[in-house]
Write a protein that binds this ligand. Structure first.
Ligand code: NAD
Length: 255
């Protein structure tokens, strides 16, 4: 039997990169997928990919920074799709200004990154909490190497702070919801080739080289490299795993 049969899985930021790959992978494992993204076209394209492959999928527009919209979306999905038992908090952005950059840029980075990467995770989780508690749900949050360390290659303190926050939030929820059978875990991707870092890959090969030098597997990851851990954490194979982070970073943190 497929690993996610009888589950309804909501994925934020599902219109691109890692979120899209997880949507396709979850559907392959029998989940009914709900692809959410701030960008309507890309969410629709993901839905088409999933349905062309024989999966069951709905897509909706959701900006994770809009708390009222998150609440309304949870109600709409409950009414029109069904009870959600898996939530993947994947939507995220990266910025590259250090703290000593131009003040306007640094402040904008902080506000945008924290609003999407951290408060967005809170907003969506809070909106779907009732359904997740009622269905012994599983929450998978997308963290990062930067849930533990800052990286020297250009990256903003906001991004590192947001991903540290995602790990802290993961642990807090795992502790609070464990007795109810709700499991909450994170994934820590390394350098994964997606539109998020397309500009770095195009314009800063030295940054990529330094990253790969620190990566025992010696290659960048693909979005598909995150799918296995995401399936594992959402299905019963991980029935005694909560409050954890699965690193899918090519070994970066071992060095
Ligand atoms: N690519 C990497 O190397 C890497 C490494 C570690 C962690 N991550 C994390 O993985 C997650 C996915 O990143 P990706 O690399 O696939 O990036 P991506 O840019 O390919 O996809 C991110 C998606 O999130 C959506 N999004 C942005 N703001 C949103 C909002 N306010 N509301 C809803 N959706 C929004 C975008 O439209 C996009 O479809 C992010 O949380 C990112 O921080 C990525």
């Amino acid at each position: 039997m497929p690993l996610l049969q009888n589950h309804i899985a909501v994925i934020t930021g599902a219109g691109s990169g890692i979120g899209r790959a997880i949507a396709v992978g979850y559907a392959r494992e029998g989940a009914r997928v709900v692809a959410l993204d701030v960008d309507a076209d890309s969410a629709r394209q993901t839905a088409k990919l999933v349905s062309d492959a024989g999966g069951t999928v709905d897509s909706f527009v959701l900006d994770v920074t809009d708390r009222a919209a998150c609440t309304a979306m949870a109600k709409q999905i409950a009414d029109t799709v069904g009870p959600v038992s898996i939530l993947v908090n994947n939507a995220g952005i990266a910025r590259r200004n250090g703290m000593t950059g131009a003040p306007e840029a640094v402040i904008k980075d902080w506000e945008d990154v924290i609003a999407i990467n951290l408060t967005g995770v809170f907003n969506v989780t809070h909106a779907f909490l009732g359904s997740l508690r009622a269905n012994k749900g599983r929450i998978v949050n997308i963290g990062s190497i930067q849930s533990f360390v800052h990286i020297r290659q250009p990256s903003s303190p906001a991004y590192t702070a947001s991903k540290h926050g995602v790990l802290g939030f993961t642990r807090a929820l795992a502790v609070e919801l464990g007795k109810e059978g709700v499991r909450v875990n994170a994934i820590g991707p390394g350098f994964i080739e997606t539109p998020l870092n397309a500009a770095t890959r195009a314009n800063n090969p030295e940054a990529v080289r330094l990253f790969m030098e620190h990566t025992p597997l010696g290659r960048a990851g693909k979005p598909e490299d995150i799918v296995g851990p995401a399936i594992f954490l959402a299905c019963d194979l991980s029935s005694y795993v909560t409050g954890s982070i699965v690193m899918a970073d090519g070994g970066y943190r071992a060095v």
